[in-house]
Design a protein around this ligand. Structure first.
Ligand code: CAA
Length: 389
């Protein structure tokens, strides 16, 4: 595959890529349209993905994961998303927003209790930062955790939580000291089966419809002290560091959607005839193919580069914020461009649910929004370049 030549793909990388491709084509492709239509959570396929090690690819085997590297994670996620981005969203949150954060900032007991079930696919994890009045401005949250002896009492409303309707555990970010603003935010590990955890309104979404998203209400939820992730006041930095990893996952998802859109367009341009010739013969179509291909290969370079930067960071402790932001920004805009172009190349049939290109189009949009909008990625990149923060 073009672009791979620059990257050190091992036999292990090839084998997880192949395993993810086979699984996606055999098990997900036949059901993707149906789950998109009903918006139901695809429990059976997700459980099987857990059994194959796809829910904790970078988690060491002793904590229930597959013990592989970030490039392996990205390659597998790309293949799943080429077939269905909704399955990819669930996989991405379990891997990068849930397991990765606890592996990085959690205690041994927290890793055993929370990472093992989620990485092995026995339970679903979620990450809850956003609130109705704080999305991009993540530091201004209204929910509260008040220390009472050796526990915290949590109250408030969180929104847009991926997998919240089905999650067993949630990494929650909430305010412990409002006067300190973002430095007053702390992170907690929440058990959804405990009293005071209420699953709220489910979001009726445009795309990634099989990935369940809802609000969560905390109503006098008692959280023991040992469930705090990191120190009090460290929550914002944990949230941001975890999002750096998450953004690489979303970039890989976007790459998968773009490739699926491209593959469909290429086949159609080779087969479909108009005005006595294959439509790929028209320069209007062929130049679109060229632009899609070029942007996809550029995205691949940025996405795999970000994966390698994250892998290096495991040893050096350096941040990979910039690499992740550039990969997400470029790959998500490429996904939207490729899906939009794919619908246009297909014409009327591209607008029909008889083909998956309309689903790629709906699914692509979220990659420019969640885990930091394109505007936030531009802000992160430009602030770092200008040295203003
Ligand atoms: N890693 C570690 N620390 C970081 C960091 C990072 N990537 N980014 C910032 N920080 C630290 C800064 O160093 C700073 O530290 P000090 O307190 O020591 O000064 C602190 O965090 C505050 O940083 P900023 O001053 O830059 O903070 P800001 O208020 O200006 O916000 C922002 C920065 C980039 C806009 C940030 O708020 C942001 O990324 N917003 C988008 C939030 C987002 O992505 N939300 C999506 C939620 S997840 C989701 O989509 C749902 C789902 O289920 C998938």
């Amino acid at each position: 595959m073009a672009g791979d030549g620059l990257f050190p793909l091992t036999d292990e990388h090839e084998s997880i890529r192949q395993a993810a491709r086979n699984f996606a084509q055999k098990e997900i492709a036949p059901v993707a349209a149906e789950f998109d239509e009903t918006g139901e959570f695809p429990s059976k396929t997700i459980k099987k993905m857990g059994e194959l090690g796809f829910m904790g690819i970078e988690v060491p085997e002793e904590y229930g994961g597959a013990g592989m590297d970030t490039l392996a994670y990205v390659l597998a996620l790309e293949e799943i998303c080429k077939v269905d981005a909704a399955h990819g969203t669930i996989m991405s949150v379990n891997n990068s927003l849930f397991c990765n954060g606890i592996m990085k900032f959690g205690t041994e007991a927290q890793k055993q209790k929370y990472v093992v079930p989620v990485a092995s696919g026995a339970a679903i994890g979620a990450y809850s930062l956003t609130e109705p009045m704080s999305g991009s401005d993540a530091g201004t949250m209204r929910s509260r955790a008040v220390r009472q002896g050796d526990e915290y009492m949590i109250n408030g409303r969180k929104s847009w939580v991926t997998s919240a309707p089905v999650a067993k555990y949630v990494v929650l970010f909430t305010m412990t000291d409002p006067e300190k603003k973002h430095r007053g935010i702390s992170a907690f590990l929440i058990d959804a089966d405990k009293p005071g955890f209420v699953r709220g309104k489910k979001e009726p979404k445009l795309g990634i419809r099989a990935s369940a998203t809802s609000e969560i209400l905390f109503e006098d939820y008692h959280c023991p002290l040992e469930n705090r992730l990191g120190e009090e006041g460290e929550g914002f930095k944990i949230a941001m560091a975890v999002l750096d990893a998450g953004r690489i996952g979303i970039a890989a998802q976007a790459l998968g959607i773009a490739e699926a859109s491209y593959d469909a367009s290429l086949s159609y341009a080779r087969e479909r005839e108009a005005f006595g010739t294959k439509i790929g013969e028209f320069q209007g179509i062929s130049f679109q193919i060229a632009d899609m291909k070029t942007r996809i290969e550029a995205s691949r370079l940025l996405v795999y580069n970000a994966a390698l930067a994250k892998e290096r960071a495991k040893k050096t402790g350096e941040r990979f914020t910039m690499e992740a932001a550039m990969a997400k920004l470029f790959a998500s805009e490429t996904a939207m461009f490729a899906a939009h172009t794919a619908v246009q190349i297909h014409g009327g049939i591209g607008y029909s649910k008889e083909l998956p290109v309309e689903r790629y189009f709906r699914d692509a949009k979220i990659t420019e929004i969640y885990e930091g909008t394109s505007e936030i990625q531009r802000l992160v990149i430009s602030r770092m370049e200008l040295g203003l923060r």
